[in-house]
Write a protein that binds this ligand. Structure first.
Ligand SMILES: C[S@@+](CC[C@H](N)C(=O)[O-])C[C@H]1O[C@@H](n2cnc3c(N)ncnc32)[C@H](O)[C@@H]1O
Length: 403
């Protein structure tokens, strides 16, 4: 069949980032590996420069966001194609161009070339849509999850004020402003290469979503107390807690992720490689326990749109079970006057409300008003952060006190 297919795109005439995008799509289709991973491997192999990598990433994710609609239209167009159909790579090129008008010149035959004259529907897969349908304004949320994200930064207030950090970032790009969600958060319309900043700014500013920052801030212990970050791998929230002057026990089951946290230069941190469902700590040891639970990450689809197609009921169920076990342990380790902060970067009820509420209903925990932990937050014990409302990734956060 391959030999009879019509070849439209000459690999030699396509810009390198477009070739990498087409290779990434083919590899992703064959292996089901995440797009970010295949893109990183192929960009390195083709020695793409920084700008070319960004062009490739933007084009690939724009394709991934519209993939369902594009593939349906291409299947339809190919079915109606008289004679020999275009080969798969050219169908992919057509889809990439449809999702990224103006990316490059390539001649494609009708009816494929008509694809980018009609606006594309941007929809999440039906499974994901059903999982967020319980939230108010679910359509607006869906659309927001399909847009590229703005860039968030955190500032270490012991090194630099937020105003100073913003001025330094504005010297690189306009469109940098404080993010209203919390006092360490900065938002930029564009990516900013931190390597070009003066060393003092580089040491004080790092990329972090404002929603993650709020969750870390909610887990701040009283002065001089320890906070246990039960799923702390990667160290994002632990880093901010450290920057805010707190002592953190960073626990994680994953050696590499814990190593990454260790490398983040967090003051007054202790690192423990352990399974949070069977943690090696005495009961009632901590004033604060943060459960930044492993989850489907359905709230971060703006950054990894291909993940939407990998989510299914079995995956949600598996996460939900671990989340319940982690929360049970967190409540056991938390002092009676302490607070457990449970968070996910998912918007699915099965990983959020349906994990937390049974502990309250069984009398194993009391809900803690978020307003008692930070000014300006709702009086309820839980909140959902959303890209369309808060300008953050999607997160759920709840506060509980053990019984
Ligand atoms: C959402 S990520 C944590 C991100 C991190 N808190 C940060 O802010 O950078 C969830 C983490 O849970 C860890 N994890 C998964 N299962 C676990 C378990 N049973 N016990 C402890 N950690 C676990 C994963 O390795 C992953 O690092």
């Amino acid at each position: 069949m391959q030999g009879r297919e019509r070849v439209l795109a000459d690999a030699d005439t396509l810009p390198a980032p477009v070739t990498v995008v087409l290779d990434a799509i083919a590899r992703h289709r064959a292996t089901r590996a995440p797009l970010k991973q295949v893109l990183a491997e192929l960009s390195a192999r083709r020695r793409l420069g920084k700008t070319e990598r960004q062009v490739a990433a933007d084009a690939l994710f724009a394709w991934a966001r519209r993939r369902l609609d594009l593939e349906a239209r291409i299947d339809e167009a190919v079915a109606g194609f008289g004679g020999v159909p275009p080969r798969r790579r050219d169908q992919d090129l057509c889809a990439v161009l449809a999702a990224n008008p103006g990316l490059c010149d390539a001649k494609l035959p009708a009816p494929l070339d008509a694809l980018w004259r009609t606006p594309l529907a941007e929809r999440l897969p039906p499974f994901v849509r059903a999982q967020i349908a319980h939230l108010p304004d679910a359509d607006a949320l869906e659309q927001a999850l399909l847009q590229p994200a703005k860039v968030g930064f955190a500032v270490d207030p012991s090194r630099l004020t937020r105003g100073e950090a913003i001025l330094a970032l504005q010297a690189q790009k306009p469109g940098v402003r404080p993010h209203p969600l919390c006092d360490t958060a900065i938002e930029s319309d564009e990516r900013i290469p931190l390597g070009k900043l003066p060393p003092a700014v580089r040491a004080a500013v790092w990329p972090m979503n404002p929603g993650s920052q709020l969750i870390a801030q909610l887990a701040q212990p009283p002065a001089g107390e320890w906070v246990l970050d039960l799923c702390g791998g990667g160290g994002g929230k632990a880093k901010l807690l450290g920057a805010l002057g707190h002592r953190v026990v960073v626990c994680d089951i994953d050696r590499d992720r814990l190593q990454a946290a260790r490398a983040r230069d967090i003051p007054a941190a202790v690192f423990v490689l352990a399974d949070g469902t069977a943690p090696p700590f005495a009961p009632r040891s901590f004033a604060r326990v943060l459960v930044d639970a492993p989850c489907t990450a359905s709230g971060t689809l703006r950054h990894s749109p291909d993940r939407a197609l990998r989510l299914d009921a079995a995956r949600v169920d598996a996460y939900s079970k671990v989340q319940q076990q982690l929360l049970a342990q967190a409540l056991r380790l938390c002092r009676e006057d302490g607070v457990v902060v449970y968070a996910t970067c998912s918007l699915f009820a099965a990983e959020n409300e349906e994990v937390v509420t049974p502990f309250v209903n069984r009398g194993e925990a009391t809900a803690v008003p978020l307003s008692s932990l930070a000014a300006g937050l709702p009086a309820g014990p839980a909140m959902t952060l959303r890209p369309d409302v808060h300008g953050t990734d999607g997160f759920f956060v709840a506060a509980l006190r053990p019984h």
